[in-house]
Design a protein around this ligand. Structure first.
Ligand code: ADP
Length: 497
């Protein structure tokens, strides 16, 4: 299978049965149950993982509560907490190779991508958030209380941790999504129960060991693997959890928000998308074509922000679509460990079926498949990079998130038309604009109802740049200093002098 010899620590990691990480200890699930994680490039079992459920979530929440109320974490200075978080970032960099291999094994992405993107971005996120640990500040507020003439007050605000945070993450960037969630939660002094996706449980467990090595006290981060309907649902509903943060499908986001109403826990959600990528006739054609291909094919289209609706100004439509289709045809699919591989498999059998189902629906509704459109090979979960055209706005392939390497392309005639078309979606996560006219670019950026707009680029992420969705793409923002707000409560303190 592999042209790379796995790192020894990774080999050991995947052959040992992996346990849950609760209160600084590796433990079996209370039920004794396990599940297997599968290598998507081969369909073969990769490792056996303890399967947590409501009982284990309860133990983990209690451990997180003790760590929050009574542990050393709350007594540390912000500087001490910041240094631990920084060290987590440094240790991720030191163990880059192991993390990259685990991501490729578990998720299928090319090793070069995990090395260049997933792991360094995760390390940077922790370093960026480490700096904030010493800068979580309130304000002093001058008061003018009208019914207390002559009285003097000293009023200020304190920004305090929310408490015990539940975090549920998806499988598309397993380590990076853990980092996006853990970084701000730790910088603001919370404790955490993290539930990774059942498809990709490995790197979060490895991260738990790294975090302990960095000096994170027991119980501050607990990792409970298990299925969404059991472990995930129990975490979202748990009365001992003060806030739930979720990244995943809009459908499950709705379930999480509903489950959170029991104790009215705070909720932040990073959900689905159907992001428009808009190419004007005056764009640099090479950059726009390469950018449009990257927007949809990066991470095999398994990105919530994938540029899955390509709109090209009518004069250049044929040229741009042909260019993207040429790139799609040239992409080499294969095992993520093969250095020639440019695109790995989809994450699971289920995902392969789902993407195939969308293609069937598109064909039935009369769309044209320009290139791709089918599974590749019969081993592993590979799907060809696909371009679809001649769509109508009401087709399922245009309206719904496919979460695979499938782009739908349509022409447009005017800025007003494209502004309306871009916004004609229940989602509002991202958008791309390709043009040499900066006025047009910024005028359109303002009109698009989405959390991120990229101009002459796509898929640019940075720990300092806030990320999140308008409309049904989510609540709240991750990364940037805005992420800290989601993990803090604000207390007003008022003293009469
Ligand atoms: P996808 O459909 O892409 O697999 P999901 O939204 O189903 O994405 O999954 C994202 C995360 O949500 C995973 O960790 C999964 O286990 C979890 N999850 C799925 N269903 C539920 C649920 N009912 N309650 C809580 N978490 C869930």
């Amino acid at each position: 299978m592999s042209t790379v010899t796995l790192n020894k620590r990774v080999q050991d990691f995947v052959i040992t049965r992996r346990q849950l990480f609760i209160n600084g200890q590796l433990v079996d699930a209370k039920s004794g149950k396990t599940f297997d994680t599968v290598n998507p490039a081969t369909g073969e079992t990769l490792a056996t993982i303890a399967e947590g459920d409501a009982a284990d979530i309860d133990l983990a929440v209690r451990a997180a509560r003790r760590a929050f109320d009574d542990g050393p974490w709350g007594r540390m200075t912000p500087s001490e907490r910041g240094r631990i978080i920084w060290r987590i970032g440094d240790l991720i960099s030191e163990h880059l190779e192991e993390f990259a291999e685990l991501e490729t094994l578990d998720n299928g992405k090319p090793l070069a991508v995990a090395r260049a993107a997933d792991v360094p971005l995760a390390a940077e996120l922790f370093r960026y958030m480490a700096g904030w640990a010493t800068k979580i500040e309130g304000n002093t507020i001058p008061l003018s209380v009208p019914y207390a003439p002559g009285a003097e007050f000293h009023a200020y605000t304190l920004r305090e941790p929310v408490g015990v945070v539940g975090q549920i993450i998806p499988w598309n960037f397993p380590l990076l999504m853990a980092a996006w969630k853990l970084g701000p939660a730790l910088a603001t002094g919370n404790t955490v129960v993290l539930k990774p996706a059942e498809q990709t449980p490995l790197s979060a467990l490895y991260l738990a060991e790294i975090m302990a090595e960095a000096g994170l006290p027991d119980g501050v981060v607990n990792v409970v693997n298990g299925y969404g309907e059991t472990a995930g649902a129990a975490l979202a509903a748990h009365p001992g959890v003060d806030k739930i943060a979720f990244t995943g499908s809009t459908e499950v986001g709705r379930l999480i928000a509903t489950a959170a109403t029991g104790n009215l826990k705070k909720v932040s959600l990073e959900l689905g998308g159907k992001s428009p990528n808009i190419v004007f006739a005056d764009a640099d054609p090479q950059a726009a074509i390469a950018g449009a291909a990257n927007a949809i094919f990066f991470n095999h289209g398994q990105c919530c922000v994938a540029g899955s609706r390509l709109y090209v100004e009518a004069d250049r439509f044929d040229e741009v679509v042909a260019g993207v289709a040429d790139i799609a045809k040239s992409i080499k699919l294969g095992d993520g460990f093969d250095p020639d591989t440019q695109m790995g498999p989809l994450v699971s059998d289920e995902q392969l079926e789902k993407v195939g189902g969308f293609l069937d629906s598109g064909r039935q509704e009369g769309a044209t498949v320009v290139t791709g459109g089918a599974r590749q090979g019969d081993k592993g979960f590979f799907f060809q990079p696909t371009v679809i055209s001649k769509t109508r706005p009401d087709m399922r392939v245009v309206r719904e998130e496919i979460f695979g390497p499938v782009v739908v392309a349509s022409p447009f005639e005017s800025l007003d038309e494209i502004a309306a078309t871009a916004n004609d979606s229940p989602y509002g996560l991202g958008a791309g604009i390709w043009t040499r006219d900066i006025s047009k670019a910024h005028a359109l950026a303002k009109r698009i109802r989405a959390g991120t707009v990229w101009i002459n680029c796509y898929n640019v992420f940075d720990a300092a740049l806030p990320f999140g969705g308008y409309k049904q793409s989510g609540w709240g923002r991750e990364m940037g200093h805005e992420a800290l707000e989601a993990y803090t409560e604000l207390k007003a303190v008022c003293t009469q002098l």
